[in-house]
Design a binder for this molecule. Structure first.
Ligand code: 4AD
Ligand code: MG
Length: 476
């Protein structure tokens, strides 16, 4: 007798005695159990001999129950599957209450399933999304490992603000009601747990740079925290970010790396997760049918993924993008919420989406942004007003990657920090990299959940991470 997963059994051609444990999806006509164990989207049909099964056991085979089945794997008599199990014994491992079990065999709204996030992976959609999330993580590690990168674990608790945006979660053990104060009445962080003010990291980049400048090619892949109060379908307060950092690589090399990397991980799931993608492709198609014609996507999910894997990303400078936007219809007709008037304007997601979805109709890499709308560490160009930054914009998502060549010149970096009031004492170790063997280096950050959204066709970021953290919500 073998103990195999449903995924393995469905591929078997040899008829044999088998045993399987899983959860009942449906039980039809007191005879047919659709059993799922998470190994695949597909259920295995288990045929119960209802005449020889006690009535009490039959009653306990309900949607959601955990069961242990032994039987014979045979060619299926019915349509829809090649093999099925003729049950010889069934043990109920865990009962379910059909009256209160939230995941009924019918369509549930994503909002309802978010409130039941602990059970939502028992649906086809969420099990497919989470299997893809896992496969994408693996593909990411595989890509970097195959290409000579070291995986670096950057700290989660930090004393520095990598993005200079100041929207961080504080980590503190001080008495909140009665914190120790300095003579000036400020909170005295020297008495705090780490002897200083600390926060949850917004990016592992600064630490990754230190390792790139000794190990050459490194990447981080870990949780990242942002306390911005953005309640959108693309923002989380806790999300996962992949950040490669490479010594001796300039901005052009950075764009090549990002493009090759994105294509590689998307190709990986196209090859290895065909069942789940086919299901999500159909799901999206059904959802699109409910939208007005003009809003429907021209490509199906799988077509979109293939398109990204097979076509070059369009590389466009910020300056060119501003010209396109300024002369665009929605700008002239004042359809944008933020009208683009002059060079230097920050791009909003409506502009990014116009560029990818309406103008270029392909992934776009925007580069050479104005220095004053980007972070302090980006390499200043010879023109003195733009920096070697790049953002990758994807259809349906907007910004998915943000990166840059880093400022490697000590004096230029110090001047920039002074202008922005970033204390040198806080980043002395970051400045050391520019004192001892400085060199051109670059990297980027990919928002993992935005990649999962793109790959699965899910439109809300809360539906691609197991337990989303967003303003006013940290359930589970
Ligand atoms: O553009 P960002 O802020 O770049 C950095 O943090 C750099 N330090 C990365 C680097 O160069 N190593 O963030 C990078 C990406 C964004 O493009 C976006 O995909 C994602 O992280 N991201 C978020 N995803 C979900 N929720 C949020 N609140 C996000 N903020 C950024
Ligand atoms: Mg960014």
């Amino acid at each position: 007798m073998t103990s195999k997963t449903v995924a393995q059994l469905l591929k078997e051609t040899k008829l044999q005695e088998v045993e399987i444990k899983g959860w009942v999806r449906t039980f039809r006509a007191k005879r047919f159990i659709a059993l799922n164990d998470g190994s695949t989207l597909n259920n295995i049909q288990c045929v119960v001999d209802f005449e020889n099964t006690p009535e009490d056991t039959l009653k306990r085979i309900t949607t959601g129950a955990a069961v242990h089945i032994k039987g014979e794997l045979v060619e299926s008599q019915g349509k829809g599957q090649n093999v099925e199990i003729v049950v010889s014994s069934i043990e109920i491992l865990g009962d379910s209450d059909p009256e209160t079990y939230p995941i009924q065999p019918k369509k549930h709204s994503f909002e309802f399933l978010r409130e039941n996030a602990h059970l939502r992976t028992r649906t086809n959609t969420f099990s497919a999304v989470m299997r893809l999330r896992s496969a994408l993580s693996f593909a990411i590690h595989k890509y970097f490992n195959d290409n000579g990168f070291y995986y670096m674990h950057t700290p989660i608790i930090t004393g520095s603000d990598a993005e200079g945006a100041g929207e961080m979660f504080r980590v503190s053990t001080l008495d909140q009601k009665n914190p120790p104060l300095t003579d000036d009445g400020e909170i005295d962080h020297s008495q705090n747990f780490f002897g200083k003010d600390t926060n949850l990291t917004v990016s592992g980049q600064l630490e990754a740079e230190t390792y790139a400048m000794s190990l050459g090619k490194v990447y981080t892949f870990g949780p990242t925290f942002r306390a911005e109060n953005s309640n959108t379908s693309r923002h989380l307060s806790e999300f996962w970010m992949i950040e490669p950092e490479v010594a001796f690589m300039d901005l052009a090399g950075n764009m090549d790396l990002a493009e090759d990397f994105m294509k590689s991980v998307i190709s990986y799931v196209l090859e290895n997760n065909a069942d789940d993608l086919a299901f999500l492709d159909k799901r999206l198609l059904d959802e699109e049918k409910t939208k007005p014609q003009a809003e429907r996507s021209e490509l199906s999910l799988i077509e979109k993924l293939k398109f990204v894997a097979d076509n070059n990303f369009k590389r466009v400078s910020y300056t060119e993008a501003i010209d396109i936007l300024r002369n665009s219809k929605p700008n002239k007709k004042k359809k944008f919420n933020y009208i683009i008037e002059e060079w230097g304007a920050d791009l909003q997601s409506e502009h990014e989406r116009f560029l990818v979805e309406k103008h270029f109709k392909c992934p776009v890499i925007l580069f050479d942004y104005p220095a004053n709308i980007k972070a302090f560490y980006m390499r200043l160009n010879e023109d003195g007003k733009t920096v070697r930054a790049m953002d990758i914009l994807f259809p349906g998502i907007g910004e998915i990657v943000g990166g840059s060549q880093r400022e490697e010149r000590l004096n230029v970096l110090k001047e920039k920090m002074a202008v922005l009031d970033i204390p040198e004492e806080e980043l002395w170790w970051y400045l050391d990299l520019r004192k001892y063997g400085t060199a051109v280096h670059s990297g980027f950050g990919l928002g993992f959940e935005r990649l999962v959204m793109f790959t699965t066709g899910m439109s809300n970021i809360r539906d691609v991470i197991p337990y989303p953290r967003t303003p006013q919500n940290a359930e589970f």
